[in-house]
Ligand binder design. Sequence first.
Ligand SMILES: N[C@@H](CCC(=O)N[C@@H](CS)C(=O)NCC(=O)O)C(=O)O
Length: 211
Amino acid sequence: MILYSFFRSSAAYRVRIALNLKGLRYETVGIHLSKDGGRHRGADYRAINPQMRVPALRLDDGDVLTQSLAIIDYLDETCPDPPLLPRDPIARARVRAVADIIACDIHPLNNTAPLNYLKTTLGHGPAEVDAWYAHWITLGFEAIETLIQPGPYAFGTAVTLADVCLIPQVYNARRFKVPLDRFPQICAVDAACQKLDAFVRAKPENQPDAE
Ligand SMILES: N[C@@H](CCC(=O)N[C@@H](CS)C(=O)NCC(=O)O)C(=O)O
């Protein structure tokens, strides 16, 4: 399989963690999001993912999947061991809710495109953009802090989709110096996941395209 990725992309980071947890081998092709005006906007990559975003996963038969959560669902369905969702429907919905807070409510507001729009089109300075970034992470983390039940992972003794989405978001929060002292449960889950090889290998600095 080929993962079209960018080392700092938290959506790609989610898929890297899932691939590693499943023990699946893949080759990384780095798609730089700022060089040459953003290589994800070039014709070559557009032919791979018409949405011009990373990640995209090319399967061995040539099919290309896009959208991190859709890719992770596919991996979980086709390679169910270890499962990333609990069997119980209520537990499953709770795990998905935390994943969705990150993937649907925090990440889209802090993504490259809205940040660039704030900077260039609306003319906001770095301090305002940082405040915007921190605001949406903090709001989302306030909810997640009360929803998770560390044990040591977000929902007990098994890693789930919630951890797969949460750890890249914590990474981004630290990168942008968002204070995390009000979120001890989230930090405890992060510390537990950082002990797992699948999470360590997925970190941005451990990617072949890292700078
Ligand atoms: N919802 C998508 C988000 C993908 C996404 O927005 N990726 C970012 C990097 S984290 C990207 O490619 N941004 C390029 C751009 O917005 O132009 C997913 O989960 O895969």
